[in-house]
Design a protein around this ligand. Structure first.
Ligand code: ZN
Length: 143
């Protein structure tokens, strides 16, 4: 009766991901590791204009972004979150970039901007990790 749940086989694929993570770790550029270990703008803003949370269930990454917007300009950005090095380095770098940007310019940002910031090869399994920061921004601005 429960045979279908055994076929799902979720366990081994999660183990695979963490093994890949360790191998990837050796390839990460110093900049990414720095941002992961000492993230920029990681604090909980209280006087935010927008607060939005997104998760990447594939990896367990989560990011809550806080934006303070005045006259169509992002005057302050912060985030809290947890997850793999790629997701957390991505939001750390991205938050630096967003600070001082107009909302219109921020809306125009795309995947290329994230790749440029990280500046390391991103494996297929890590794309969603890298793009979580972009996703949380886009959803924030949609609200
Ligand atoms: Zn991740």
């Amino acid at each position: 009766m429960n045979r279908s749940s055994e076929v799902g086989n979720v366990g081994p694929s999660i183990n695979d991901v963490s093994q890949i993570d360790e191998i990837d770790m050796q390839m990460y550029q110093e900049n990414v590791v720095d941002h992961y270990k000492n993230p920029h703008n990681k604090w909980e803003m209280s006087d935010f204009t927008i607060k939005h949370k997104e998760t990447n269930p594939l990896c367990g990454d989560e990011i809550t972004m806080f934006l303070k917007i005045v006259d169509g300009k992002i005057v302050d950005v912060s985030f809290v979150g947890d997850g793999c090095a790629i997701s957390q380095a991505s939001i750390s770098m991205f938050s630096d970039k967003l600070k001082g940007m107009s909302v219109d310019d921020a809306r125009a940002l795309g995947e290329k901007d994230i790749f440029d910031l990280l500046n390391i090869p991103i494996s297929h399994t890590r794309i969603k990790c890298a793009m979580l920061s972009l996703k949380v921004l886009k959803k924030s601005l949609d609200e």
